[in-house]
Design a binder for this molecule. Structure first.
Ligand SMILES: Nc1ncnc2c1ncn2[C@@H]1O[C@H](COP(=O)(O)OP(=O)(O)O)[C@@H](O)[C@H]1O
Ligand SMILES: [Mg+2]
Length: 242
């Protein structure tokens, strides 16, 4: 089987998205390359989820272009997306992963080994036979990560995956994310938890009111924020329209 075409670099060129009279994103120029996790931060309503939906190809820009590995074809090749609340099929945890492997075109004879490997990567070996929808919230989110990893993604798009989780479950999810990053998966993740951004980010994109306000290496973002607006956000002030 030929390797699928790559999804990276993910490129936004002069992208704007309008819904009715509202501009959800304005003039976004952004290139996502392989490397340490890129975190999208900004207040609620800044456009983080919208940007991820464009990155997944679920919506098309009103103006400008989104391309994956140089191609404008939005069909996902090696990318997967995770939402705040995972939706599992009404079957066992293991069977949810088999479903994902089947749809990723993985050969049937390796399903059992891949399921074991995926469950191990997310620490869920002990619940393989349990109905997925009966798992705890944090376990379901870990299973959703395993399901995304089943596609052997080059890039994982994560939309506040720990927003509904307690600290222990959050830590478990963060560890999986860091392990995936260490194994070469590019992470593009939205978060409005600055502590989490410090723990995970190699690079930060700061969005306000649909604009990409600042993009910097994580150390620079936190230690030498360039603009007064970023400084205000980092102080914990409420940040609104630029
Ligand atoms: N389909 C839509 N139609 C109109 N407004 C929308 C739509 N989707 C999102 N919005 C608005 O766009 C803005 C950005 O939303 P969102 O991307 O969800 O921000 P974030 O994830 O940063 O909180 C918000 O003001 C939201 O209310
Ligand atoms: Mg959001």
């Amino acid at each position: 089987m030929r390797a699928p075409a790559p999804d990276l670099p993910l490129m936004f060129e002069n992208v704007s998205l309008r819904a009715g009279d509202t501009l959800l994103l304005r003039d976004i120029d952004l290139i996502i390359r392989p490397g340490a996790p890129t975190l999208l931060v900004g207040p609620n309503g800044a456009g983080k989820s919208t940007l991820l939906r464009l990155a997944m190809g679920l919506v098309a820009p009103t103006l400008g272009a989104v391309t994956w590995g140089g191609s404008p074809d939005p069909a996902p090749r090696r990318r997967a997306m995770l939402f705040q609340r995972p939706v599992m099929l009404r079957r066992s945890a293991g069977a949810n992963l088999i479903y994902a492997l089947k749809h990723a075109g993985v050969a049937r004879d390796v399903w059992p080994a891949r399921v074991r490997d995926l469950l191990e990567r997310v620490g869920l070996e002990h619940v393989a036979q349990r109905p997925a929808r009966k798992l705890l919230g944090g376990e379901q989110q870990r299973l959703a990560l395993a399901r995304a990893l089943a596609r052997d993604p080059e890039i994982l798009l994560l939309d506040e995956p720990t927003a509904n989780l307690d600290p222990a479950a959050t830590r478990a999810v963060e560890e999986i994310v860091l392990n995936a990053a260490a194994s070469g998966v590019k992470i593009l993740m939205a978060s409005h938890d600055l502590g989490q951004v410090r723990r995970l980010a190699g690079e930060v994109c700061f969005l306000v009111a649909g604009r990409l306000h600042e993009k910097a290496a994580a150390e620079v973002f936190f230690q030498h924020p360039q603009s007064p607006l970023t400084q205000a956000f980092l102080r914990g002030d409420l940040v609104m329209e630029t």
